[in-house]
Design a protein around this ligand. Structure first.
Ligand SMILES: Nc1ncnc2c1ncn2[C@@H]1O[C@H](COP(=O)(O)OP(=O)(O)OP(=O)(O)O)[C@@H](O)[C@H]1O
Ligand SMILES: [Mg+2]
Length: 194
């Protein structure tokens, strides 16, 4: 089972989402759980070096060849953090994806970038957007939810904006974040290909 976290736009929450999804998978009993860092910025790798997660194996795979290999033979659940700018690596990950989670933000500038991501995904792989760092109860969020719904793009989750999530590896994973990402994981598993 391979879950690819992707959006061609930078800074939307891919790394945060990947780390939390991997931890949520451990919580739900998956073994082994492999967190594949396909981004040469290595933010996920640095996060886990600073704060290892029990039950999560980190694999650094910042090339087409290494990401394909990492996703081929792990025998459990893998989550892949992909780079914002390298389409070839994203495509190599998508080739082996069973589900794609697309982190996004509330606000109008997001749509065209997500459409570019959707074009790469094609029609074979189930996908859903999640709205990261969402300000609950704002018009901006309501409008964004309505827009995705009207466009026929499934929303797999809304992750609230929280200081405890923004802290990244500086603190342990934030309980509310684990719960919210646990629900995203459940959606991805329910919709997965095959
Ligand atoms: N739910 C949240 N609440 C508060 N801050 C968040 C939340 N999710 C993500 N962030 C913050 O948003 C910023 C971008 O997140 P992240 O690094 O995960 O994005 P990214 O898509 O991996 O970026 P890049 O394209 O550079 O790899 C970070 O500062 C992160 O802490
Ligand atoms: Mg990142």
């Amino acid at each position: 089972m391979n879950i690819v976290v992707s959006n061609v736009k930078g800074g939307v929450g891919k790394t945060t989402t990947s780390v939390y999804l991997a931890a949520a998978a451990v919580d739900r009993g998956w073994d082994p759980v492999t967190l594949v860092d396909a981004d040469r910025q290595a933010s996920t790798a640095e996060w886990l070096e600073e704060r290892p997660l029990v039950g999560v194996d980190l694999v650094e795979a910042p090339s087409e060849r290494t990401v394909s290999r990492a996703l081929a033979g792990h025998g459990g659940l893998a989550v892949v953090d992909t780079p914002p700018g390298d389409e070839r690596i994203v495509r190599a990950a998508l080739d082996r994806a069973d589900a794609v989670v697309i982190p996004t933000r509330a606000g109008g500038v997001e749509y065209s970038r997500v459409v570019a991501t959707l074009e790469m995904i094609g029609t074979r792989i189930p996908y859903g957007v999640i709205i990261c760092a969402a300000r609950l109860g704002t018009n901006d969020l309501d409008e964004t939810v309505a827009w995705w719904t009207g466009s026929g793009v499934p929303i797999w989750g809304i992750i609230p904006e929280r200081v405890g999530i923004a802290a990244g590896p500086e603190t342990r994973l934030f309980r509310e974040g684990l719960d919210a990402y646990g629900k995203v994981l459940r959606k991805a598993l329910r919709k997965r290909a095959g």
